[in-house]
Structure formats: C-alpha cells, structure tokens
Design a protein. Structure first.
Length: 508
C-alpha cells in the first residue's frame, strides 16, 4: 500500500487548521465549536491510520519523507519522515487527542472555543516533533508546544495555576536552551541540520559528553527524571483533566523519544560512559518516587508520581542497553531493553490517560480530588468502578494488560546487565500494586466519606466511549503486543547497531 499524498504534513497542519477554524466559530456558538473540534481531531486520527498499514516493517529507513526548503540561506529544510520509533507515538497522539476533545464536552463551559483550539494546535505541534528530520525544525516544534500547554494550565487550571504554569514553563524552557546550544554546535560542525547527518558526525569523547549533558538537561526535564521532576505534580494538580491527560500520555514521551532520536545515535560513547548515571537516576525514580506516590492524599498527585515512577522504566530500558552492550554479549538483550522502553511509553500513554480521565469523571461530579472524600463508589457507579479497577490493575503491571508487557521486557533486559538492577526495577511492581490497590480500596470499595457519593450517577455515553476505547487499547496490547513490537523491531535493531560503533574510532 503506497501513500501518494503528504500524509505527515496533513497530520501536522490539519489539527492546527482545525484549531483556527474553532477560533473563527467563536465562543457564542460553543456547541458548534465542539463539533468542529471533534471533527478535526477525528479526521486527523483517521488520516494517521493508513500509516500503520503502509509502513514497511522490513526496513529501518525513514518513510513517507517530505522535503522542502525552509530557510535556504542556512540550508534548513522542512524535512519530515517516520520510522518504527516515531510512528507508534504519532498514532498514540492522534488517538488520545480525539478522546481529549470528547472529554471536554461537558467539563469545559468557559472559553470553549479557545480551549479546544489550544488542544488542536498542541496536537499538530506534537506530531511535528515526532516527524521532524531537521534538527531546528524539531526544536521549533519542541518549544512551540509550551505555548498552548502554558495557556491550558494557566487559563483553565486550578487555584494555584499561575504558580504551576510558571514552574512548568521555566523548567522545560530553560532545559531546552542547552539543547539549542548543542544543536547549533552540531550544525556548525556538520554543516548540516539534518538529523540523520548528525547521527553520522564523528565527535571526540569530550564533545560527546558536553552534547550529551545538554540533551540530558532538555529531555530529563521533559520525561521528567529525578531530581528535575518536581514541576510535574504541580502541573497535573492544577491542569484541567484534558491537560493532565495530554501531559502524561504524550508530552512526557517526547523526552524518551529525544533520547533515542538524539542522545544515543549522536553521542554513543558518552551514553556508554554515563549510562551508570542514567541507570541510577532511573532506579531512584522507580523506587523512591513510587514510595512518594504511596502516601499521597490527592488522586491527581498520586497518579502524577506514579507517572514519574513508570517513566523511570523508560530511561532504564534505554540506558540498560549500554550496560548489556559493554558485556560484549551481542545486541539481543539491548534490543529487548529499548523495545521494552518503547512499549512502556505507549502503555503508559493509555493507562495514565485513562486514570486521569477517571479522576476527571469523579471531579466533575463532586469537585474534589481528595481520596478521603470518596469511598463506596462501586455502589452508585458500577460501570465506572469496573473501568477504574481495570486501569488500576494495568498500572500495577497485571499480566494481560499493556502495563505488564513493557515492564517485563525491561526487567528481563536488566537481568542481562546486572542482577541488582533487575531486583530494584522489579520493586516497582510491588510499589505499583501497593499505591494502585490502596487507591482503589479507598475510593471504590472503602466506606463512604461524602454523602454526595450516594447520589452519584454512573457514566454517560460520552464518558463510557472514552474509557471504553482506552480499555480496548490496554487489553489489546496486553494480550497481543506483537504488532507493536514488530512495528519498531527493525528500527530499534538498526539504532543499537549504530550506537555499538564508537564515533571516536571513526574520528581517529
């Protein structure tokens, strides 16, 4: 199956055009604005589906490429393309965006058109990040995402939204400034801004370490990794439900994607030299932040800390690959680790989105996120309770759900690197079960803590469709992950074959 039309440009600019259209509809026709926004998000998702069928799984080459001059004076190009690393994340983005627009239908009553437009524009920019093959085009999309998310938290957020917004913006913006410096240096040295040219650029170890640190500051904040994670709980607590969903399901994944697209192939020797640092920080996130999640009384904060702990598995899987390669036992274990990290990113996108939607459903009814204000929800909302228990089980890593697959792959890879890495990583299964089941016990099955719970109404059709779609994804990838693994396998194998070759030797 061949795609003859510029599908990647359509996926970037269609939602942005939809956002502009929603703004033109205006606030006075809020219902029409909702339908226009949903149509734009749904059309973008449907346009992304042919990529899955047309993608050639037998090659690691960039596919569906588009190339046009952007800033000819500096030889910067509008260059797009995808491989097995970026395509799953694009599909995740277009899928989650539809659900976010649906989720805002009844929850947002003020400035509806502006809210929907911000999300649609954000969707286009996030797709652009995953498609960009020009380093500076990537940077533009990477930074431009901050603007709509800044507005989403700052305008529609909670009482402390200004503090949370400024903290979010400063952390993410300052981190990416160092990445810009690194990209300028690479551009001047390679005389090219093409990401694939930068992958082949010979660099000394000193150069690689400085560049690696610059990338680390940008991507670690985005994931976020310990100890630069403190902005995330504040942002989640103050953000509206849709903002929390997009932040957890998609935006955090851009940090992990940045590591595999930039850090590993551009600075392989530095990645090998500093893998111990990243593995240590990842294990701290998995264990320590999991313990922090266990004592939270705010549901959103609990899920936010849970996200940090689970994203620690992503960076662990990525950098455990270097510990395995250093043992000289081939790339199969390293491939397992990176594939596990990618699967974990996709799974966490579904599970975290579902959990934040669940919190949003309860918040819309009682206007409280405090766990103590709930209890006995199963008695009045049995369908909702069914979904929430399922997603909590997936958050635990229960076999048969998507949450199990990625974590299991990373733990298996960890055994090949170091037994104690695997032991510490496996603790997240215990901690994840502890805080997830503790949440379910108190909210769903505990004693009623608020008389309002007795008058709750179960899921409406829109909420049922939203949570049902996520349930299908969680169970589908948990039972049959093969299509996802097959999609990325050749690209991951090619990536690790590339990073196994020292750039220092090439330079010499």
């Amino acid at each position: 199956m061949n795609i003859e039309w510029p599908v990647l440009s359509v996926l970037i600019w269609l939602p942005i055009a939809g956002g502009v259209a929603v703004l033109l509809v205006g606030e006075r026709r809020a219902e029409l604005a909702r339908w226009v926004g949903l149509a734009a998000a749904l059309a973008t998702f449907l346009a992304s589906l042919p990529l899955f069928g047309a993608f050639d799984r037998g090659t690691a080459e960039m596919q569906f490429q588009e190339l046009a001059p952007w800033i000819p004076t500096f030889d910067l190009n509008y260059h797009l393309g995808v491989d097995g690393l970026s395509l799953p994340l694009i599909l995740l983005t277009t899928f989650i965006s539809v659900l976010v627009i649906m989720g805002a239908w009844g929850a947002i009553q003020q400035r509806v058109a502006q809210y929907l437009a911000a999300f649609l524009i954000l969707e286009g920019l996030m797709v652009g990040v995953f498609c960009a093959l020009d380093a500076f085009l990537f940077y533009v999309f990477f930074e431009a995402m901050l603007i709509p998310m800044f507005l989403i938290i700052g305008v529609w957020g909670g009482p402390n939204r200004v503090y949370a917004t400024i903290k979010f913006f400063l952390y993410t913006f300052l981190g990416s400034v160092f990445m810009l410096v690194a990209l300028i240096y690479l551009y001047l040295k390679a005389d090219s801004a093409a990401i694939l040219d930068l992958h082949a650029l010979p660099l000394s170890l000193t150069e690689q370490i400085w560049i690696f640190v610059a990338f680390l500051l940008a991507f670690a904040v985005k994931i976020p990794m310990f100890p630069v994670h403190t902005w995330l709980p504040d942002a989640h607590v103050e953000a509206p439900t849709g903002g929390s969903v997009v932040l957890a399901a998609i935006m955090l994944k851009i940090g992990g994607y940045g590591f595999v697209r930039f850090s590993l192939p551009i600075t392989p020797d530095a990645s090998l030299s500093l893998d111990w640092l990243l593995i240590t920080l990842s294990l701290i996130a998995v264990v320590y932040v999991g313990l922090v999640a266990l004592v939270q009384q705010d549901m959103k904060k609990l899920i936010a800390y849970s996200s940090i702990s689970h994203m620690g598995f992503v960076t662990l899987g990525i950098f455990i690959a270097f510990a395995i390669l250093a043992r000289g036992e081939g790339t199969s274990g390293a491939v397992l680790g990176v594939e596990g990290a990618m699967v974990q990113m996709l799974s966490h996108g579904f599970v975290s989105a579902a959990l934040f939607f669940c919190v949003g459903v309860m918040y819309d009814r009682i206007h409280s996120r405090e766990i103590a204000d709930y209890g006995g929800v199963v008695n009045t909302m049995p369908w909702f309770a069914t979904f929430m228990v399922l997603f909590a089980m997936a958050n635990c890593g229960l076999p048969g759900t998507s949450g199990f697959v990625g974590e299991f792959m990373v733990i298996l890879a960890s055994f090949q690197a170091n037994f104690w890495y695997a032991v510490l990583a496996a603790l997240t299964l215990i901690l994840g079960a502890a805080y997830s089941l503790w949440l379910v016990k108190r909210v769903i099955f505990g004693e009623i803590g608020n008389k309002k719970v007795e008058r709750l109404e179960d899921l409406n059709f829109r909420e049922g469709v939203t949570l049902g779609a996520l349930a299908v994804a969680v169970l589908g990838f948990g039972i049959w992950p093969e299509p996802l693994v097959e999609l990325m396998h050749v690209s991951v194998d090619n990536l690790l074959s590339h990073v196994a070759q020292s750039k220092i030797q090439v330079q010499l």
